[in-house]
Design a protein around this ligand. Structure first.
Ligand SMILES: [Fe+2]
Length: 280
């Protein structure tokens, strides 16, 4: 079964959501605050696959997310017929829930943080019962000290909890550049630990002055990212449920929206059509 493909829904891409290349939608929970019906976010378009993406579970923090937050998230998922829920492998606030940073920080890649993260994800999965949960690898610039690598930490989380991997292809690319590792190796080593997979694709830019790649969601997706995506699809063959393109700034015109999602689908179709070597 090929992955469902679509956009992280924004006001700016609603006009193209009925494009035949699109059969999936991702709703950001924190933006789904004005009523609980799918049509508020997606118009009258029917999707094969809807996922609700949360920003504030702070799963790599010391404590599980508040029950109230999970309950509101479940309401949005139910009202929109969502097949899945996701959030990030990072933390956004202090242990008391009193101070929020407004962005994700990567945890220290340590055994202690791994244990806390797995306990939090177990709580979330218990709460959502049989609705699959996916954890997204984040792009980070600052790295806390820890005895594990990011790859070991992420693989450990996926293995211990059995949750899905929301593989943000661009974040792997960004971290590879900014922290000096091979994004292809990272994906091939982590993928076996993932029970199921969603993907994010986005375009950022390399800031020459600062000397790092910025995951800005503001640029067209480049060939480097498309190639890594193609590789990730092959690595995750048979377990990729959905692919979502994220764009949050410098929005393209209608043709631009349509061509990028078309390209994401063309690559899937190109791989599906390749001859099966095992059958020869
Ligand atoms: Fe993402």
């Amino acid at each position: 079964m090929p992955p469902a493909i679509g956009y992280a829904i924004r006001r700016e891409n609603r006009p193209v959501l009925a494009d035949p290349a699109i059969n999936a939608a991702e709703i950001t929970f924190e933006q789904a605050h004005r009523g609980l019906r799918t049509s508020r976010y997606t118009g009258m378009v029917e999707f094969d696959y809807v996922s609700v993406h949360a920003l504030e579970m702070s799963l790599a923090g010391a404590e599980p997310p508040p029950r109230q937050y999970l309950s509101a998230l479940k309401d949005i998922a139910d009202e929109n017929g969502a097949a899945a829920i996701s959030d990030h492998l990072g933390f956004t606030r202090d242990h008391s829930g009193g101070v929020g940073m407004g962005h994700f920080a990567a945890p220290p890649f340590s055994k202690a943080a791994l244990g806390a993260t797995c306990r939090n994800i177990d709580c979330v999965q218990d709460y959502f019962d049989d609705r699959p949960f996916y954890i997204e690898n984040i792009a980070y610039l600052f790295k806390f000290k820890g005895e594990l690598t990011e790859e070991q930490f992420l693989s450990g989380v996926l293995k211990a909890t059995g949750c899905g991997w929301l593989l943000d292809v661009t974040n792997v690319y960004a971290n590879g550049l900014n922290h000096g590792y091979d994004p292809y190796e990272f994906i091939s080593r982590v993928m076996p630990s993932a029970s199921r997979v969603q993907m994010h694709l986005a375009g950022g830019f390399y800031d020459e002055q600062a000397g790092f790649y910025v995951d800005s969601h503001s640029e067209p997706i480049t060939d480097d990212i498309w190639n890594l995506y193609r590789f990730a699809l092959l690595q995750g063959e048979g377990k990729v449920d959905a692919v979502f393109i994220e764009r949050d700034a410098n929005f393209p015109d209608e043709a631009g929206w349509r061509s990028e999602v078309r390209q994401a689908r063309d690559i899937v179709e190109e791989l599906e059509a390749r001859p099966c070597l095992l059958a020869l």
